[in-house]
Design a protein around this ligand. Structure first.
Ligand code: GNR
Ligand code: NI
Length: 183
């Protein structure tokens, strides 16, 4: 089960709407296992397939703390079918937007409908951190990032910062390529 590379802002693939999975096959289960390993290694509490560049509606979540047993949740074709009117504010981060954190207000509770690893339809009522995480991941399957829930000023500032860093990185590698043509 190899670990995969996590794509980062401003990679345009993060804005793609992922396609539903037609059937839960061994290939899909292998992909879920890769996602889980990638998420644990990062480390993170959730990961959507698009974050490893695969535009499929697949999500893994594990909210267990370091000293607790692993408790992975696999969501295939997740769909939020109900949200509460009451909200909560949580400081969110994203493995695709490293080292940036901001408070996001979302419904405190939600119900998510999905297929499990065996392809069986399930519904799960979520609240608190689990509800926040499920909504964050379902957003990813729709090409939506947590920064889209911030003010335009804050969002534009983050996007600019990451675009600039990406430019700097590519210029840096171009410069070192030129400096060491034989390497
Ligand atoms: O690891 C993660 N932590 C987190 C914290 C608050 C709200 C959402 C998250 S999800 C994030 C991993 C990630 O980027 N998933 O898409
Ligand atoms: Ni994320």
């Amino acid at each position: 089960m190899p670990k995969r590379q996590i794509i980062k802002l401003p990679d345009p693939r993060l804005r793609v709407k992922s396609a539903p999975v037609a059937e839960v096959t061994d290939e899909m289960r292998a992909l879920l296992d890769d996602m889980l390993e990638t998420m644990y290694a990062a480390p993170g509490i959730g990961l959507a397939a698009i974050q490893i560049g695969v535009p499929r509606r697949l999500v893994v979540i594990d909210l267990a703390k370091d000293d607790e047993l692993r408790n992975p949740l696999f969501l295939i074709n997740p769909e939020i079918v109900w949200t509460s009117d009451d909200t909560r504010i949580h400081e969110e981060g994203c493995l695709s937007i490293p080292e940036y954190y901001a408070e996001v207000e979302r419904p405190d509770r939600c119900r998510v409908r999905f297929l499990d690893r065996q392809g069986v339809a399930q519904e799960l009522d979520c609240e608190g951190l689990q509800a926040t995480c499920v909504q964050h991941e379902v957003d990813h399957t729709n090409g939506v990032l947590f920064i889209d829930h911030l003010s335009r000023l804050k969002r534009d500032r983050v996007i600019k910062k990451f675009a600039k860093a990406a430019r700097r990185d590519s210029e840096g590698s171009a410069a070192s390529d030129a400096a060491e043509p034989s390497a």
